[in-house]
Design a binder for this molecule. Structure first.
Ligand SMILES: [Zn+2]
Ligand SMILES: [Zn+2]
Length: 180
């Protein structure tokens, strides 16, 4: 099955949720392997979801300009005008337009979040036992609903996970991350 970029963007939320036909998943995997743009869209969307969780995503569209918003609205298929769908289109349009870096999209609304982590560690006690997914970038408390690859988990201390380049999950480790 050969699919186009637009189809990848349309399915990206289902793809990341795991609610997708296996053959379509394979087709997307194959497409993304050969398409940098879609790989970036997928990556960016995954970042946004992991950073904010669903409840936080509502804040993101407010950060966009009216003009961009309108342009994205035109591009969105009617039945996919959900926040996530909107965000995916935003990520895609941003890449196409090349005006805003995708990495900035992922910290929109919390511009302090990333630098805070970079400068002062991440607030998670180093001896806390956490789990990481093999191909993930976050570390979690065991049993977190945000863990995608439940079969490929490794257990380690938070200090080790941080040292290995993982960042704390904003959902299950939220209490350590909230700054006062
Ligand atoms: Zn593509
Ligand atoms: Zn988590």
């Amino acid at each position: 099955m050969v699919i186009h970029c637009e189809e990848v963007w349309r399915e990206v939320s289902n793809y990341l949720d795991g609610e997708i036909d296996p053959s379509l998943r394979t087709a997307i995997d194959e497409h993304v392997r050969g398409c940098q743009r879609c790989a970036a869209v997928l990556d960016g969307t995954r970042n946004v979801i992991q950073l904010y969780g669903d409840e936080r995503m509502l804040e993101v569209p407010l950060g966009f300009s009216q003009r961009l918003h309108r342009r994205l609205d035109d591009q969105m298929p009617q039945n996919r005008r959900t926040v996530l769908g909107w965000l995916v289109a935003a990520a895609a349009a941003v890449l196409v337009a090349g005006t805003i870096e995708l990495s900035r999209l992922s910290v929109w609304g919390r511009p302090d979040l990333r630098s805070q982590m970079a400068h002062h560690g991440n607030g998670v006690p180093g001896n806390l036992m956490v789990v990481v997914a093999e191909d993930g970038r976050l570390f979690h408390l065991a049993g977190c609903s945000f863990i995608h690859e439940k079969d490929k988990l490794r257990t380690m201390t938070a200090a080790q996970a941080t040292h290995d380049g993982y960042t704390p999950c904003p959902r299950c480790l939220k209490k350590y991350l909230v700054s006062t």
